[in-house]
Ligand binder design. Sequence first.
Ligand code: ZN
Ligand code: ZN
Length: 305
Amino acid sequence: MELFFLGTGSGVPSKERNVSSLVLRLLEKSGRTWVFDCGEATQHQILSTNIRPRRIEKIFITHLHGDHIYGLPGLLSSRSFQGGETPVTVYGPSGLKDYIEISLSISGTRLKYPLYIEEVDEGFLFEDEAYEVEAVKLQHGLKSFGYLIKEKDKLGELRPDRLKELGVQPGPIYQEIKEQEKTTLENGRTIYRDEVLGPPKKGRKLAILGDTRYMPELKEKLSEVDVLVHEATFASEEEAMAHDYFHSTVKQAAQLAKQANVQELILTHISSRYHGEAVKQLEREANTIFDRTTIAFDFYQHHIK
Ligand SMILES: [Zn+2]
Ligand SMILES: [Zn+2]
């Protein structure tokens, strides 16, 4: 699992930071790619990476402000030209369906792949064999969501010592034993998978939040996530301004990370008023409260352990 930040600025693009977009690559599943927000020129940012638009399977939109969606029709359209044939599902708040359908129809765009648009509400969104995703309501000028991605627990490793005790010789049979609940050996003996597996491997949890005011009440919901991606539009001293504009400060994001006891915090959606030394200062402010904080920058890749 890896996060790849394509745009980390707030509001308008700057030379250093494009507007919001973040890619989650689920490496174990042959490059399945999920996109979170799609600000203008996200497809241009993708050109400088090894991300393949045809691998994009799901797009999650946190809210409908322009700096999060103006790149969406272009990306969907280019994906068609670039040979994307597999379906794409886009999730986001109400209004998303109109926005996409009108943009595509007015521009005479016909996609060569099935596009599904799901307008979301708070709560359970979907699950597949490996992940479960939930939408969390935030506080912003428009309806805004965070997405909580929970990887399902995986089977533990086979224990060779146990297998040996049961008289199973190493070979392709090991794989078979792991794949099914019980396996009958050639000698007629039945091996139950549970008897020969180590403890299950705990799935990872990620929270990718859209624009929001500070919401300390999220601490239970975000409790012990492995990675929290939180906006930090303003420096710590700008709390009043952050409140007025429905955004958060660096300090507030770090406080929430601490209260929720998350493993790591990544800050994004940084205002263009901060660059160079000022960004280092933001990082120091965050680290005094929560020392496992990183301030994302465009093309920052974060491997999730
Ligand atoms: Zn924004
Ligand atoms: Zn916004």
